[in-house]
Design a protein around this ligand. Structure first.
Ligand code: NDP
Length: 285
């Protein structure tokens, strides 16, 4: 039976560290500040934005919310991003995705000052991650690295399988595992023999957005299983991409949903905002 990796506990530790760093910055006259931009009325986005604002107030990061109507044009959003790029009391800018169809997400991400890009989605930051010389790490993969560290399992030399290849989770995740000397396989919807590939994974990271897709028979005995998925079932309950009941019979360590990866994503965002405040303070000297 697997040990559950407690994301709430680990994220609390990260937030405690961030609170101390925020205090130190305040003492130096630097105010870490996060602007959270939400366009439209996507209920899931609203939940994420509220959690991010709450975390800011917990750790002593100043936050501003910009809630724009669904019909906002790309030009209007670009104008706001440009204002936030210039604003001195804003260290980090987060534009909650997805955006309404009339707005091109890439254009917006590219407009964010890379030094304020606390999601690490800007091509400059993506490139830096690729070469292993980065200021920010994307929140979900970085949080997962902390969760794996928590297990005490050595990454170097292990087989790591990442299921899903999104720019937000799968691809950067694979890159971080590669930097730690894992042998990495990235799988996706066109992968053949997914079951057999997953069965080889010492570390299995799943980010596909399909409820209970990975079952116990796809998990190697003793593996570390990280479930990124957040799927809302018909009864309103949240569930992961991994079938917890069967996978936890095989895994050595497993993250629950909720209470696994989700809280770490937010804690890492707080960490990135501190980093951004430091970076922008240095740049403005
Ligand atoms: P995307 O929809 O952007 O990507 C999904 C990926 O899964 C794609 O690469 C897709 O392959 C792959 N995929 C889909 N079906 C299969 C399949 N049958 N077999 C193998 N691969 C498959 O999703 P995200 O990466 O943004 O998110 C994934 C999940 O993680 C979602 O549930 C999301 O809500 C959650 N999430 C949770 C976060 C957290 O903080 N806990 C943060 C971010 C996301 P292809 O490329 O071929 O289409």
């Amino acid at each position: 039976m697997a040990q559950t990796i407690n994301g709430k506990q680990v994220s609390q530790r990260v937030k405690d560290e961030v609170r101390e760093q925020a205090l130190k910055l305040h003492e130096q006259g630097i105010t870490p500040g996060l602007a959270v931009v939400i366009v439209g009325d996507n209920p899931a986005s609203r939940v994420y934005v509220n959690s991010k604002k709450k975390a800011c107030s917990e750790v002593g990061i100043y936050s501003e919310e910009y809630a724009l109507p669904q019909e906002t044009t790309q030009e209007e959003l670009l104008k706001l991003v440009e204002e936030l790029n210039q604003k001195e009391d804003i260290s980090g800018i987060l534009v909650q995705l997805p955006l309404p169809a009339q707005i091109d997400e890439k254009t917006i991400i590219n407009a964010i000052n890379p030094n304020k890009d606390v999601d690490a989605f800007h091509p400059v930051n993506v490139g830096k991650i690729m070469i292993g010389d980065y200021d920010f790490l994307p929140c979900t993969p970085a949080g997962i690295m902390d969760l794996i560290a928590e297990t005490g399992v050595e990454i170097e030399g292990k087989n790591c399988v990442v299921v899903g290849r999104s720019n937000i989770v799968g691809k950067p995740m694979a890159m971080l595992m590669l930097h730690k000397n894992a042998t990495v396989t990235i799988t996706h919807s066109k992968t053949r023999n997914l079951k057999e590939i997953c069965q080889q994974a010492d570390i299995l990271i799943v980010a596909i957005g399909k409820a209970n897709f990975i079952t116990g028979e796809m998990v190697k005995e003793g593996a570390v299983v990280i479930d990124v998925g957040m799927n809302r079932l018909e009864d309103g309950k949240l569930c992961g991409d991994v079938e917890f009941a069967s996978a936890s019979q095989k895994a050595g360590f497993i993250t629950p949903v909720p209470g696994g990866v989700g809280p770490m994503t937010i804690a890492t965002l707080m960490r990135n905002t501190i980093k951004a405040a430091e970076l922008n303070a240095t740049k403005s000297k």
